[in-house]
Design a protein around this ligand. Structure first.
Ligand SMILES: Nc1ncnc2c1ncn2[C@@H]1O[C@H](COP(=O)(O)OP(=O)(O)O)[C@@H](O)[C@H]1O
Ligand SMILES: [Mg+2]
Length: 300
């Protein structure tokens, strides 16, 4: 099978060339034998899909593609998928698969034994939750500390204000934190509200949990990197048995290109903090993109 086409966002100031952030990956993809084309991310988010895909070479319908770029909402990905179709290009990750890996409700059940207990509810951007809404949402989690986010992202840098709830039984306090998360996400609130039971993870000297990101292509682990937020020089190691257990869930999920972020709980158990679509997961700057691109070239 011919290698898929790699799509990357274009540089907003030089629309024919890849955005600087993805330039190294584009170069590595070419070295791995892939062709590279650019997508106009801003046009896509603005809803102008024709403009977004106009630099993609048209094909006879047999051209498979994968994407490496900025995160985008499910609706924008669906639009991209449809727009590429008009040029005879087919994303190997269809929009249903993108959603299943990108949004917590899509992957949670498949990873339920490996990840903190979670509840969620669709939610409209900008609408403030009432105490009764939050009480109904969090009831099954009971009391104890919790973490809130939307279907995709948290406000982890506003931890006490908009991410961490000291005791979910205090519904008034939980409503305040969730309300602040909704407010700060603004129009970017993805899908709805997620509340997760807090688990204690081992931490580095700065109080950060150390996360390992496993990159899965066609159900196989092809790369393990530190989380991109980890300080430069961080190394990570995940036991093979843990990788095997996570891999079984990745293969059940079925999306072709997935990342899983893992952290070591303080009782020594590895846990999945979040799952992502590999197309929009950031690769640490210090990482050589060659290995990942060769895996994608071989077929995602
Ligand atoms: N259930 C949890 N228990 C403890 N810490 C958590 C939990 N969920 C998330 N965290 C912490 O919050 C951070 C952000 O959560 P995450 O789900 O990865 O959101 P984001 O998509 O914003 O990275 C994680 O890196 C981890 O340190
Ligand atoms: Mg994360």
């Amino acid at each position: 099978m011919a290698s898929p086409l790699l799509l990357v966002p274009s540089d907003p100031l030089a629309p024919r060339v890849p955005d600087e952030h993805f330039m190294r990956e584009a170069d590595a993809a070419r070295q791995a034998g892939m062709k590279v084309a650019v997508v106009d991310h801003d046009a896509l988010l603005g809803g102008d899909v024709r403009a977004a895909v106009r630099r993609i070479p048209a094909s006879d319908g047999e051209q498979a593609a994968c994407y490496r770029g900025w995160m985008m909402p499910f609706a924008a990905y669906s639009l991209l998928d449809a727009g590429l179709g008009t040029r005879g290009v087919r994303l190997l990750t269809d929009s249903a698969a993108y959603r299943s890996a990108h949004e917590l409700p899509g992957w949670y059940n498949t990873f339920a034994d490996l990840t903190p207990a979670s509840v969620w509810s669709p939610w409209e951007a900008g609408r403030m939750p009432a105490i009764a809404d939050v009480g109904a949402l969090t009831r099954t989690l009971g009391g104890g500390p919790g973490v809130v986010k939307d279907y995709v992202k948290s406000r982890k840098y506003e931890w006490h204000e908009a991410c961490f709830v000291p005791d979910l039984a205090d519904v008034t306090a939980a409503t305040r934190v969730i309300g602040r998360m909704v407010e700060l996400q603004g129009d970017d609130l993805a899908g709805g509200i997620v509340v997760r039971a807090f688990e204690q993870f081992t931490q580095d000297g700065d109080g950060r949990s150390l996360e390992a990101r496993i990159w899965w292509v066609a159900g196989s682990a092809v790369l393990i990197t530190p989380h991109p937020d980890a300080p430069a020089g961080t190394t990570v190691d995940v036991p093979t048995a843990v990788c095997d257990a996570v891999g079984a869930s990745v293969r059940t999920l079925g999306a072709p290109f997935v990342t899983t972020d893992l952290a070591l709980r303080s009782d020594g158990v590895w846990r999945v903090i979040e799952v992502g679509d590999g197309q929009v997961s950031d690769l640490p700057a210090a990482e050589d993109p060659g290995r990942l691109m060769r895996a994608l070239a071989a077929g995602c």
